[in-house]
Design a protein around this ligand. Structure first.
Ligand SMILES: *Cc1c(COP(=O)(O)O)cnc(C)c1O
Length: 396
């Protein structure tokens, strides 16, 4: 059969592969071939999962906890997560029934979108956005409506912008604070005003809080669902264990929503993936049941990230033609490279080729003219990478 005889579905034909994973795999292939690549592409912490979490998982395996679990998650883990969301995030009235444990934060996002989006519904996605949101909306039959943050806004949309973007077909807006790719963090007033607009328009909010613990400069995380009872009914909060506990390969996400939505999400999950890996959930339970050990693990990681963030920020801003905001969350910086006179795609392709530096071009995040650098990499790579970046930019 020839290629042209293969007929893909409209879903499959329309989807683009994840560009962040593409850069990362090219850089990894070059590294595997023995090349000395400075990788800033990674979207995951470079630490190992804390030992006490691994131990809890190993114990579960040894005890034979290797069978199906209830599709929405281990009951005890859902209980503990409900407690965490009440106490830590201030979302009152969350019970186990409102919590779903999924195979990854990414899948939680998709479930949230699927649960409320019908074909033709519009979903507002502020740009720069995480690469997967528009593709997930399309897979649900929805229409992504990209809403670019204005220049000089610190990559944040305003309530007025949101208000102007809402149409009778708008079903949901996606918020992601702290943000991937920009590291931007919305403060309470900003979030409150966005929530007010969404509630008065009657639309849902998906709040992706996967980076809720990765904060710098004493900024504080706020969960929009905590603002009022009405907000807790309209906000679907997604998160997971990947970024907080360096558990990207474990595939464990969470979702908190109104009972009716959580139930629908549970049904979708039961018919598509079934439960997230059983023994992985037992490991994750330890992360919640041992708050002191968890806090120590997170603080250790934050201390390292904080040093690298400032090192990379200063280094980038010392290069002619690069201008970088002081991002206060996650582990990314998102500098403006438009003054250098080439597209971000060209920049990323050329610097990987000639100077062996892997960065992710902004086009995939809806932000041409910018590149994303992850500082979830060693100090040595950051130092060496900055020298190469400077050389490359000087050569343009
Ligand atoms: C990493 C990430 C996720 C989810 O990651 P999983 O590994 O699937 O848990 C979700 N949203 C954003 C913005 C992310 O960067």
């Amino acid at each position: 059969m020839s290629e042209t005889d293969i007929q893909l579905s409209s879903w499959a034909a329309n989807i683009s592969p994840s560009p962040t994973l593409a850069v990362d795999s090219k850089a990894k292939a070059m590294k595997a071939a023995g090349e000395d690549v400075c990788g800033f592409g990674a979207g995951e912490p470079d630490f190992d999962t804390p030992q006490f979490i691994k131990d809890a998982c190993a114990k579960a395996l040894a005890e034979g906890k290797t069978k199906y679990a209830p599709a929405p998650g281990l009951p005890v883990l859902r209980e503990r997560l409900a407690e965490k969301y009440r106490k830590e995030n201030g979302i009152d009235d969350v019970e186990a029934a409102n919590v779903i444990v999924s195979p990854g934060g990414k899948y939680s996002c998709y479930l949230a979108i699927l649960a409320v989006t019908s074909p033709g519904d519009e979903v507002i996605i502020p740009a720069p956005y995480w690469v997967s949101y528009p593709e997930m909306v399309k897979l649900a039959g929805g229409v992504p409506r990209v809403l670019p943050a204005e220049d000089g806004s610190g990559f944040k949309i305003t309530a007025q912008q949101l208000k102007d973007a809402i149409t009778p077909n708008t079903r949901m807006v996606i918020l992601n604070s702290p943000s991937n790719p920009t590291g931007a963090v919305y403060n309470k007033e900003e979030l409150q005003s966005l929530v007010d607009v969404a509630l008065s328009a009657g639309i849902y909010i998906m709040s992706d809080e996967i980076y809720e613990y990765l904060l710098y400069d004493d900024v504080i995380h706020h969960s929009p669902a905590s603002f009022s009872k009405e907000a807790s009914e309209k906000v679907i909060t997604v998160a997971g264990f990947s970024k907080t506990f360096s558990m990207t390969g474990w595939r464990l996400g969470t979702l908190v929503a109104h009972g009716k939505i959580a139930k629908a999400v549970g049904s979708i999950q039961s018919q598509t993936s079934s439960n997230a890996t059983t023994f992985a959930q037992w490991g994750a339970l330890a992360a919640i049941e041992e708050p002191d050990q968890s806090r120590a693990a997170i603080d250790g990681m934050l201390e390292v990230f904080e040093r690298r963030r400032l090192m990379l920020l200063d280094g980038l801003n010392s290069i002619d033609g690069i201008n970088c905001e002081r991002a206060q969350g996650a582990f990314y910086l998102f500098p403006d490279i438009s003054a250098l006179g080439l597209s971000a795609n060209d920049f990323a392709a050329r610097i990987l080729e000639s100077h062996k530096v892997a960065v992710v071009p902004g086009e995939g995040f809806g932000a041409p003219g910018y590149i994303r650098l992850s500082y979830a990499t060693s100090d040595e790579v950051i130092e060496k990478g900055l020298v190469r970046l400077k050389e490359f930019c000087g050569s343009l």
